[in-house]
Design a protein around this ligand. Structure first.
Ligand SMILES: Cc1ncc(C[n+]2csc(CCOP(=O)(O)OP(=O)(O)O)c2C)c(N)n1
Ligand SMILES: [Mg+2]
Length: 330
């Protein structure tokens, strides 16, 4: 990774941070409704892994903490914000909201509310790739608590058995909602749970983007070469509560302070400054530029976009022609 790459990634991660913080404000202003799960603290996981992938070719899927992954895949931040606002110009035409960002053009396949739901879908995406004979891969990002779902074990088993080209990325932020991992999970190191499926599994620091990038490069090389699945566990931390309805009262201030010292943006920024590739003044300028851009382009677009109209409520319902939807067969 050269200095130009690092600067671009600093820009992208800072953009993701400011985007999410602006979502928080818009929610408080009641411009965004429903559920909202934010990503600050975990930026190096998404950006480090996807930097090692092929944007727009590899298939990416994740859970409900999905805005940043969609944007890194190439989704237009304006469309993502408009989706959160429930507007017709949103990436899911305003029908999905925060947990259901979807962008087929950039091979971003969601955005799912069901914990663990994407595991088998990722295996299915990988099976599709294998049947078509391409060398793309599927990448599934999920949290630590999702691994307690049956779907985790079912998907790992079938992926290993069929040697599917899928990379499972566990963003281990130590919590599932308000429950700390050691209160819900017998084996807290998630990579150790994968040995039963004979899938290579590695744990890495999820706060240092260069570490994530290197680990992901190795993982992706393995998967792309046809050797089957790989599991990458990234140790990370979310700064905000689980969702907007979470008061975040279950974590100690000391724990939060310790993790904020290992902030992914701070780590990369300090590294660039130390190498003489960035100054504090240039960083401040970049930050202001990003904040202004989000306000003047992204928020403006979402605010000014039209609401979906009631007459078109069923327009994108796939079961449109199902007789049961229209009152049954008789
Ligand atoms: C099938 C299912 N069960 C329960 C829930 C409620 N729920 C939402 S998020 C969550 C915790 C998930 O934590 P984790 O997988 O660690 O992801 P994180 O939120 O930390 O990113 C739970 C239990 C759900 N959405 N779906
Ligand atoms: Mg978690």
């Amino acid at each position: 990774m050269n200095a130009a790459d690092k600067k671009r990634l600093l820009h992208e991660m800072l953009y993701a941070r400011r985007f999410e913080e602006r979502c928080y404000e818009a929610y408080v202003e009641r411009k965004i409704g429903g559920f909202l799960h934010l990503y600050p603290g975990q930026e190096a996981c998404c950006h480090g892994v996807l930097e090692a992938a092929r944007a727009g070719e590899d298939h990416v899927i994740t859970g409900y903490r999905d805005h940043v992954h969609a944007i890194k895949c190439g989704a237009d931040p304006k469309e993502v914000m408009a989706e959160l606002y429930g507007k017709e110009t949103g990436s899911s035409k305003g029908r999905g909201g925060s947990m259901h960002i979807f962008d087929v053009k950039h091979h971003f396949y969601g955005g799912y509310a069901l914990v663990g739901g994407p595991f088998p879908l990722a295996a299915g995406l990988a099976k599709g790739i294998k049947m078509k004979g391409g060398d793309e891969i599927a990448i599934c990002f999920l949290g630590d608590a999702a691994n307690n779902q049956g779907t985790f074990h079912e998907a790992l088993n079938i992926s290993a058995l069929w040697e599917l080209p899928v990379l499972f990325v566990c963003e281990n932020n130590l919590y599932g909602i308000g429950t700390r991992i050691d209160r819900s999970t017998a084996v807290t190191d998630q990579y150790k749970r994968v040995c039963g499926y004979d899938i290579p599994a590695v744990q890495a620091d999820g706060q240092d983007i260069e570490v994530v990038f290197k680990a992901a490069q190795k993982a992706i090389k393995h998967v792309r070469s046809g050797k089957g699945p790989y599991f990458l566990e990234l140790m990370t931390y979310r700064y905000r509560g689980h969702s907007m309805s979470d008061s975040n009262a279950y974590r100690s201030k000391d724990e939060e302070a310790d993790w904020s010292k290992r902030d992914p943006i701070l780590i990369l920024k300090n590294r660039l400054i130390k190498a003489g590739d960035l100054t504090e003044a240039a960083y401040k300028k970049l930050d202001k530029k990003i904040i202004d851009e989000i306000e003047n382009e992204v928020i403006k677009f979402a605010e000014e976009s039209p609401e979906p109209v009631v007459e078109e409520l069923e327009k994108y319902v796939l079961a449109e022609n199902d007789p049961y939807v229209h009152g049954g067969p008789n």
